[in-house]
Ligand binder design. Structure first.
Ligand SMILES: Cc1cc2nc3c(=O)[nH]c(=O)nc-3n(C[C@H](O)[C@H](O)[C@H](O)COP(=O)(O)OP(=O)(O)OC[C@H]3O[C@@H](n4cnc5c(N)ncnc54)[C@H](O)[C@@H]3O)c2cc1C
Length: 389
């Protein structure tokens, strides 16, 4: 049957847009359907890791990303007993020896611009996806399209995942955070600083354009935090003055984790946060989604992607599992409350950060260089041949 498109991508977040750019390069007929009409109001994902910069190279976008962002090479860790050490990305074995700090809204803007407005339908909320023997039907209001495949990049709530009944057993952590971007007067420059204190964590990351993100742990989930909470908790826990008058935006989050039982069902494929969820504290969700997109583009390059969908499911689910675990582990260690646990954490971190060989490995670990199958290059090439599956 003739279809309107080869692929419809539901969701024009960072992962859907990157995937669209990669599929467009293959010459596929596609459309991105995105319900939003306005950009997101907060900075969300800010850390772009070296494997993602490799993926962006395929689109010739790495330099544009680097020019728009800020290179973070050092991350200082502070505990109850003062400075514990520094984790550096300077010596990681990659041509990009840094984490690029770039607000998600800028990532989206660059990808949208590269893709071209005519490939995206904004203000288009998909309400139904049906699949038939050789095609899918997608409906949004009165409008209807057909496509050979539908790729759900519609975020962690993923309506598409729910419509196909894909199980995604989730766990919500009893850990809560409020974050705000501020005009940066800290004097920290391009350094990241983590403060693990007895009364909760404070994390601080530089942003381009003279701003800095501050994330404070709170005891409960606060839908509407009292005004000035980020400033107040930062001052109490670190002694650093982050004036409320300098605050640009604010958001709250309570992390959760899940990894779908399967990343596809027939002609409907899940990608990015629709397929997996992990704590933002690890800074890996979008990067994991970028690698999903790269993998999918590869299997669509063979024509019919169906024979390689089991490989997509197997490799990308393994990669997400590792990222979910690492994000959880990092968040868990940083959020121990109370004086005794804090002193114990200080001992552990002082020991780890005092060993050069360990610090080197930590750099690669947090830069996602050691995530299994973090880019297509790390996937056994034989697994990417349709007849091999
Ligand atoms: C505070 C915070 C900090 C983070 N920091 C990092 C970080 O440093 N590094 C990192 O890698 N990750 C980070 N993350 C995670 C990252 O933000 C997500 O992993 C990323 O946004 C996932 O991208 P996505 O495109 O899969 O989904 P989303 O960004 O959620 O995009 C989904 C899109 O689908 C659209 N949509 C949904 N339903 C429909 C529908 N029915 N019809 C049409 N459109 C629809 C939505 O409007 C949205 O635009 C962070 C997250 C948070 C909350």
């Amino acid at each position: 049957m003739n279809t309107d498109f080869d692929v419809i991508i539901v969701g024009g977040g960072p992962v859907g847009l990157l995937l669209a750019c990669l599929l467009k390069k293959l010459g596929l007929r596609l459309r991105v359907l995105e319900k939003r009409t306005q950009p997101i109001a907060h900075s969300a994902a800010i850390g772009i890791t070296p494997p993602s910069l490799q993926i962006l190279k395929k689109l010739g976008l790495t330099q544009e990303f680097i020019n728009s962002g800020l290179k973070v090479r050092d991350c200082f860790v502070h505990g109850q007993s003062g400075k514990l050490g520094c984790m550096s990305f300077r010596d990681i074995p990659d041509e990009h020896s840094f984490i690029l700090a770039l607000p998600q809204v800028t990532t989206i803007a660059i990808l949208q611009n590269h893709l071209g407005a005519e490939w995206i339908e904004t203000g288009c909320e998909v309400r139904e996806v049906q699949q038939h023997a050789g095609h899918c039907v997608v409906r949004a209001g009165q409008r209807e399209w057909t496509a050979r495949h539908v790729i759900a990049c519609d975020g962690w709530r993923s309506p598409v995942r729910q419509w196909i009944g894909m199980k995604a057993p989730a766990r919500t952590y009893d850990l809560h955070f409020v974050m705000g971007d501020f005009i940066d007067r800290s004097g920290f420059g391009d350094e990241a600083h983590l403060f693990f204190t007895a009364s909760g964590s404070v994390e601080s990351f530089p942003l381009p354009c003279g701003q800095r993100r501050w994330i404070v742990q709170t005891d409960t989930h606060l839908d509407q935090p009292p005004q000035g909470l980020v400033s107040e908790l930062t001052r109490q826990r670190t002694g650093i003055d982050v004036p409320l008058a300098d605050q640009v935006n604010e958001s709250v989050f309570t992390p959760r984790r899940f990894n779908c039982e399967r990343y596809y069902d027939g002609r409907i494929i899940l990608c990015g946060d629709a397929a997996h969820g992990m704590s933002p504290i690890g800074g890996q969700g979008m990067n994991t989604g970028f690698a999903d997109a790269e993998f999918l583009a590869e299997i669509f390059s063979h024509g019919d992607p169906s024979p390689l969908l089991p490989a997509y499911d197997r490799f990308r689910r393994k990669a997400a599992k590792a990222a979910i675990f690492r994000a959880e582990w990092g968040m868990w260690l940083g959020t121990w409350h109370g004086l005794m646990p804090s002193m114990l954490r200080d001992l552990i971190l002082r020991f780890l950060l005092g060993r050069e060989s360990i610090v080197k490995r930590m750099g690669s670990f947090y830069a996602m260089l050691t995530i299994p199958f973090n880019t297509l290059q790390r996937v056994p090439q034989a697994s990417l041949k349709p007849h091999a599956v």
